[in-house]
Design a protein around this ligand. Structure first.
Ligand SMILES: O=C(O)C1=C[C@@H](OP(=O)(O)O)[C@@H](O)[C@H](O)C1
Ligand SMILES: C=C(OP(=O)(O)O)C(=O)O
Length: 425
């Protein structure tokens, strides 16, 4: 673990532009879909981070031929059609939720025996509902410790298909995983969503990535999805910058009263998290958009009451901004973030209280009442988003230190360099 990082307050408002690295969510989808395609696909704008490295390494262990040039942000992958080359593999996915969920479904279309495991925290993150859906579709998928968490054992036969329910209320990644693997099943797959689906924009993203590779899904709202067997086509695919990462730079503009442009994103991006700027607008910032960029200018900040279910990866960023508002902010309907890298509601509440803030925590959210900031070293719980978001508070307040800053490597290894370049700190 690295030494804590001291964040120095900026001497003037943050001004500038930045292009975050490629989207984690799109990179890991494009890799899975390209792996199942017929022929060779070239992916550009690829993110190089822990979460994408474990995905690539796992696909290699499954027998896929992948050439990566991370300096050029490019990956060339020879798809296997619907036939996973290796009949046996042990996959280790660290704490990458997308990787373990997407690969569990991908392995289920294979004709072999696969074991998927992760780090200590991953062994506490739920996956039992996905295993049950795949089992209902005719595969054999079990949690080794019978606790609905990894390690997961996937055994043949190749996914037969049929009709099954999918839990929607814990993680949308189960549905995305099933949708991407379904075209490679032997028969038609029908998925009925049980419970209110969380993180809906990620399902839209899945459908749009699949479509780019020739994948087709019949969707009845977010209630029912039908997928007939078909092949994905080899595709050259460009990945847009990461919108969740962009939220930190927008947050820096909001907190310091500056002006920051994020290049490579607009409102039509595949990632719902671009709409984080609407939350900042509600708080008093100004948002300007062009075809290829979004600019946020800080203003005087007001507390808001907001449902962040659809964009919950940016809830920690909003919590950091909320500390500088003129009144309380309530973030609602994010119970599912308790299952992420850490229990994010509890972690945000604990660390904001260390900084002197008044925080009321409830089952599915929290209310932050701003108070003068007291210096503190922020624990980051091996959660990249705790580190990246709480650093923003230190751009305006004295004495903020971020413990274990290296944890940003999960999705953004160069975060501290890019933040430094932008802030001049
Ligand atoms: O599908 C995806 O790429 C993701 C979906 C979201 O998870 P949940 O669906 O579990 O909320 C999000 O938090 C995660 O970072 C990435
Ligand atoms: C929740 C996250 O990741 P994952 O679920 O893919 O581990 C995240 O990146 O914030």
């Amino acid at each position: 673990m690295q030494e804590p990082l001291s964040i120095r307050p900026v001497s003037k408002p943050v001004e500038g532009s930045v292009r975050p690295p490629g989207s984690k969510s799109i990179t890991n989808r494009a890799l899975v879909v390209a792996a199942l395609a017929d022929g060779r696909s070239t992916l550009t704008g690829v993110l190089d981070s822990d979460d994408t490295r474990v995905m690539i390494e796992s696909l290699r262990r499954l027998g896929l031929n992948i050439h990566q040039d991370f300096d050029a942000q490019t990956v060339v992958i020879d798809g296997c059609g619907d036939c996973i080359p290796r009949k046996e593999a042990q996959l280790f996915l660290q704490n990458s939720g997308t990787s373990i969920r997407f690969l569990t479904a991908l392995c289920a279309v294979g004709d072999g025996r696969y074991r998927l495991d992760g780090n200590e925290r991953m062994r506490e993150r739920p996956i039992g509902d996905l295993a049950r859906t795949l089992t209902a579709l005719g595969a054999e998928v079990t949690c080794e410790n019978k606790n609905d968490c990894p390690p997961v054992i996937v055994a043949g036969p190749p996914l037969p298909g049929g009709t099954a329910e999918v839990a929607g209320n814990i993680s949308s990644q189960y549905l995305s995983a099933l949708l991407m693997a379904a075209p490679a099943a032997r028969g038609v797959v029908e998925l009925d969503i049980k419970g209110e689906l969380v993180s809906k924009p990620y399902v839209d993203m899945t459908l749009r990535v699949m479509e780019s590779f020739g994948g087709g899904v019949m969707a009845d709202g977010y209630e029912k999805f039908t997928i007939a067997p078909h092949a994905y086509q080899e595709t050259n695919y460009d990945i847009e910058p990461d919108a969740s990462a962009a939220s930190y730079f927008f947050g820096a503009a909001a907190i310091t009263g500056g002006r920051v442009t994020v290049e490579g994103l607009n409102r039509d991006a595949l990632q719902g998290d671009v709409l984080f700027v609407d939350a900042l607008k509600q708080m008093g910032c100004t948002v300007e958009e062009s075809e290829s960029s979004i600019t946020v200018t800080g203003g005087s900040l007001h507390g808001i009451d907001i449902d962040m279910n659809a964009i919950s990866d940016t809830a920690q960023t909003l919590a950091a901004v909320a500390v500088f508002a003129d009144g309380p902010t309530t973030i609602r309907n994010i119970a599912h973030v308790r299952h992420k890298e850490t229990d994010r509601i509890a972690a945000v509440a604990a660390e904001l209280r260390k900084l002197g803030q008044i925080v009321e925590e409830f089952d599915d959210g929290l209310t932050i009442t701003p108070r003068p900031i007291t210096p503190a070293t922020i624990a980051t719980y091996d959660d990249h988003r705790m580190a990246m978001s709480f650093a923003l508070i230190g751009l305006k307040a004295d004495g903020v230190q971020i413990a274990d800053p290296g944890c940003t490597a999960k999705t953004y290894p160069r975060y501290w360099d890019d933040l430094k370049t932008l802030t001049g700190n």
